[in-house]
Design a protein around this ligand. Structure first.
Ligand code: PXL
Length: 277
């Protein structure tokens, strides 16, 4: 049996719901062979309200991991938390060397709830080194506002404008995640392929247990692309996967509730409607 090989260049979320842990679990659920190049280790302090520590690995350690992965060969690659400009540039170089077009950039700038760019300079570096390589980029509202330069986005019209700008920066397809901040009665994401806009909608879940949803969505898209789906199909199927994962999110402790990465395969996909807008 030959499995498709999927690589995540991302951080470790020690709590297991997001980061490379989410990516590997999601790759597994899609029947791809998951590989990792670790950028940072994120820790959470139970004595300090679960506040995050982010420890960037030496750049040579990232380069050595990329060399390993490249020697094996990669069918699709995604990025997650990239903490410095140096890490972003190195990730971009690694992605180019994979030779695959199946590149999913999840431009992680914040961990949930914290409206703060991870590191000054990383937005510009993502625009310079990663967006031109992207088959799909998956910003949330905040990240789309940063990448597009449009600032705070609140409506689906704002999302359309941002998607056009981000497409102009080189990403062939743009998926903006509406999330909780979007004023809309459904859980809505916007897909733009350079010519048409699709609104992907699922039922809004009244849950706090959404940790890792963004990583899981991007990883599902990556695995679907590796498995040969077209981009639109890969994105719609990934939303069915992540919406099911959110519907079955669960409480890990008093601070965090991760999505259930295996929910689609255990309980079935969530319903998603697709509308041309
Ligand atoms: O959900 C964003 C994210 C990505 N990557 C890592 C994280 C987090 C949030 O906690 O820890 C490693």
């Amino acid at each position: 049996m030959t499995l498709k090989k999927t690589l995540t260049i991302a951080g470790s979320d020690t709590s297991g719901g997001a980061g490379i842990q989410a990516d590997l679990k999601t790759f597994q659920e899609h029947g791809t062979y998951g590989m990792t190049a670790l950028t940072v280790v994120a820790t959470m302090d139970p004595d300090n309200n679960w506040s995050h520590g982010v420890y960037t690995l030496p750049i040579d350690v990232l380069k050595a991991q990329l060399k390993t992965a490249l020697s094996v060969g990669i069918d699709a690659v995604k990025t997650g938390m990239l903490s410095t400009e140096d890490v972003i540039r190195t990730a971009g170089e690694g992605i180019r060397e994979t030779g695959t077009d199946h590149v999913v950039i999840d431009p992680v700038m914040v961990c949930k709830g914290e409206d703060e760019v991870l590191n000054p300079g990383t937005v510009d570096a993502m625009i310079e080194y990663l967006l031109p390589l992207a088959e799909v980029v998956t910003p949330n509202l905040f990240e789309a506002g940063q990448l597009s330069g449009l600032g705070k986005l609140t409506t689906i019209d704002d999302m359309k404008k941002a998607a056009e700008k981000i497409h102009d920066l080189g990403s062939k397809n743009v998926v903006i995640k509406g999330g909780k901040q979007l004023q809309h009665d459904k859980a809505a994401d916007l897909y733009y392929d350079g010519s048409k806009f699709l609104l992907l909608e699922s039922e809004k879940q009244d849950t706090l247990y959404t940790h890792g949803a963004g990583c899981t969505f991007a990883a599902a898209i990556t695995a679907n692309l590796a498995n040969g789906l077209g981009v639109e199909e890969a994105v719609v199927d990934a939303k069915k996967f992540v919406a099911a994962a959110i519907a079955h999110g669960w409480k890990l402790n008093q601070y965090v509730g991760p999505v259930l990465h295996g929910a689609k395969n255990q309980h079935g996909p969530a319903e998603v409607t697709v509308t041309d807008i």
